[in-house]
Design a protein around this ligand. Structure first.
Ligand code: SAM
Length: 287
């Protein structure tokens, strides 16, 4: 089987199987070998590793990963791609294709059964319509994962990396930065995909922390404060938290906590750093 990472071989296999792209599955296949090399290099995969690939498509990146990894488990939702993957990956003994929805997949079982209990390396050109739930699931659940190297929309990559005071800063930035170190690997233009997406893309690598950079007594309360602040971005922190049914604190307790942190009474939540949200949670969990 010829390698797929170029337009000619990709078109050939798509035509052979009369494959029709499904927009609802976020199907934009990579056709640029340099970008594929870059993702696989950045993921740092070695023969010791078990890789979880989300959405292998026709198996283009899977072939690159299989050359380097101990084992690759590729989870694909589209039934029409399964026979194609059987052909394109036929010569790789170290690849397992699962026909499943990644949001319903037992990833812990994959690490146990194929990864020998070692943390997985996750690599993917993600379906953009479910980028956030996939990443948050990998970060928040107690799943053994050490790095997540993924293609996402450029705008989402920006949101993951920025700090307070920028328009992209939000609940996703804080959640990602609590669980992982985020690094931009490459910006990728639409012409590297077939069909071309309507947005710019970027490869981002998240390296999961062993210990998060802040340790509030009640992380769940910290995340409720963060969500409440950004759900009502235009409001002051005080009003955003008062109005939220998820924040179980009195108006007085919230005002006192804001004052104790040395913040102005009319401060907006979007100006607080992760450390300040952690401190706020600690003040409020004592009340
Ligand atoms: N990895 C291939 C590549 O780079 O050429 C395809 C990437 S394409 C952006 C996203 C892939 O994810 C598609 O193959 C799509 O069918 C698959 N997909 C979409 N939703 C999925 C889900 N919920 N679970 C598993 N795979 C999914």
């Amino acid at each position: 089987m010829a390698t797929l990472g170029n337009p000619k071989n990709t078109i050939e296999i798509l035509q052979k199987y009369k494959f029709v792209f499904q927009k609802k599955f976020g199907q934009n296949f990579l056709i640029d070998p340099r970008v594929l090399e870059k993702i696989v290099d950045a993921s740092g995969v070695t023969a010791e590793d078990c890789v979880l690939e989300i959405g292998p498509g026709i198996g283009t990146m899977t072939q690159y990963l299989a050359e380097r990894a101990g084992h690759v488990v590729a989870v694909e939702i589209d039934a029409n791609l399964i026979p194609i993957l059987q052909e394109t990956l036929a010569e790789y003994r170290n690849v397992t294709v699962l026909h499943q929805d990644i949001l319903k997949t037992d990833i812990r079982a994959i690490a146990r059964d194929w990864g020998g209990g070692r943390p997985l390396k996750v690599t993917a050109n993600l379906p953009y319509y479910i980028t956030t739930p996939i990443i948050m699931n990998l970060l928040e659940q107690d799943i053994p994962v050490d790095t997540i190297t993924v293609m996402v929309q450029k705008e989402v990559a920006d949101r993951m990396q920025v700090g307070p005071g920028t328009k992209d800063y939000g609940a996703l930035s804080l959640a990602v930065q609590y669980y992982a170190r985020a690094e931009l690997v490459a910006n990728v233009p639409p012409n590297c995909f077939m069909p071309r997406p309507g947005v710019g893309s970027a490869v981002i690598r998240l390296t999961k922390y062993q210990t998060p950079p802040v340790q509030p007594k009640d992380p769940d309360l910290m995340f409720r404060l963060i969500r409440a602040s950004f759900n009502q971005r235009r409001k002051t922190l005080q009003n955003g938290l008062n109005n939220s049914p998820d924040v179980p604190c009195s108006r007085e307790a919230i005002a006192a906590a804001i004052e104790k942190l040395g913040l102005p009474a009319a401060v907006r939540g979007e100006t607080l750093s992760l450390k300040q949200f952690a401190d706020l949670a600690d003040c409020l969990s004592d009340t």
